[in-house]
Design a protein around this ligand. Structure first.
Ligand code: SAM
Length: 376
């Protein structure tokens, strides 16, 4: 029991997450099976978030050499705990828009009163929040982003993030705090054309038009969709036997894509990410490090375009520079301006979790880590 708990703590920090019996068996060596009988699984089955690539992130940020860091996506604090383990002096601002995550940050602050500063808000609220604490631009040593939803959000049916669990179609990361629109509001009020665009752009869904049409028909013929299961049943009735495989060979259903699209729209996620990287650049010192962990290609593309200098006036460009135009002849001075980049990549390629980590934590399968240094 002691060894098992130590293993889990070493790997994931004190905020460990959902372990199934199967996962624990794989995690332990075959000879350690006896230990399992001593374990109280229910005590491990807390639905906290398992932090991804923790060691690699701590190695990039090097908290022992830093004075101030910002964890922009605190969640349940798995990454922050790892950073605290490596430095007794570093101060960490812990930001999250989710009220539950803010509660976790406040409880971590009780453990580390001199090191943790909880902040509640969106990425775009950062300037105001830092101003209250007297921090200015060019003053931060490292910033971490772990984009997407936490397990606490995904696993709670009352939050309505996942269509496979019955609950209200909510999907707001801020919960009631912001009073913003819910996924149900979007389905009840958006036009067929807008719904199609949301599903196509944010869900990369091939059948966006068919689904949008049928949502609008249902709205007028029966009633607006208010629960996750109602939306799921509608989609399943359209594509009963159309399961697809994703890039990892996993079965992916249209429901997953539609859920992702609605969630991104409701939380304005991609605009927030674009704005956040601009803010990260503004608040990091020269030589400061930004680490990003993306969980889908939409998020990763925004990061990649920023850190490779493929932006114009702070908006990411659709096409890489080399595809701009076959007919355009660039003058050297214009080309220099277009190729200017404020970041230096710390790794040539993205870092992905090992097979071992994916096995323990299947939600880590699509994670991509990038680390960059602010150079100007
Ligand atoms: C994948 S989880 C982070 C998990 C965390 N690294 C951990 O170890 O527990 C992402 C978190 O980012 C938060 N988040 C997403 N978009 C945000 C935004 N625009 N502003 C602030 N927080 C955001 C979510 O509420 C969620 O808690």
């Amino acid at each position: 029991m002691v060894i098992l708990n130590k293993c889990i703590r070493d790997y994931f920090g004190n905020y460990s997450a959902t372990f199934t019996v199967g996962n624990i068996r794989k995690y332990l060596s075959p000879n350690s099976n006896l230990l399992l009988s001593y374990c109280n699984y229910s005590s491990l089955k807390k639905s906290l978030h398992i932090p991804i690539l923790v060691h690699q992130i701590a190695d990039f940020l090097q908290p022992e050499k830093c004075t101030v860091l910002i964890d922009m996506t605190f969640g349940s604090g798995g990454h922050t705990r790892k950073l605290l383990e490596r430095s007794k002096n570093v101060k960490i601002f812990c930001l999250d828009r989710d009220p539950l995550a803010f509660e976790y940050a406040k409880s971590l602050q009780k453990e580390y009163p001199k090191q943790i500063i909880p902040l509640q808000g969106k990425f775009s609220d950062l300037p105001e929040l830092l101003k209250i604490h007297g921090y200015r631009q060019n003053s931060i040593d490292g910033i971490l982003f772990d984009f997407g939803c936490s397990s606490m959000q995904l696993d709670d049916p009352k939050r309505g993030f996942v269509l496979s669990k019955d609950g209200p179609l909510d999907m707001r990361m801020d919960g009631e705090r912001s009073g913003g629109i819910t996924a149900a509001d979007v389905l009840a009020t958006a036009s067929e054309f807008d719904l199609q665009k949301i599903f196509k752009i944010y869900g990369e869904e091939l059948h966006a038009r068919k689904i949008a049409k049928s949502i609008v028909e249902t709205r007028f013929s029966f009633k607006p969709l208010r629960r996750t299961i109602e939306l799921r049943e509608l989609i399943i009735s359209l594509f009963a036997d159309q399961f697809r495989r994703d890039q990892f060979g996993r079965y992916s259903h249209v429901c997953t894509k539609i859920g992702q699209a609605l969630r991104i729209f409701v939380n304005n996620e991609l605009n927030e990410i674009n704005h956040a990287i601009i803010l990260a650049h503004r608040y990091l010192k020269i030589g400061g490090i930004m680490v990003t962990l993306s969980c889908n290609s939409l998020e990763d593309t925004i990061v990649k375009r920023h850190v490779t200098g493929n932006t114009t006036e702070n908006v990411t460009d659709h096409l890489p520079l080399k595809f701009y135009s076959f007919n355009t002849l660039f003058q050297p001075e214009n080309l220099k301006e277009l190729q200017k980049c404020e970041w230096k990549l710390m790794t040539k390629h993205v870092i992905t979790p090992s097979m071992y980590e994916m096995d323990i934590n299947p939600r880590s399968r699509s994670a991509k880590l990038r680390a960059s240094i602010k150079i100007e």
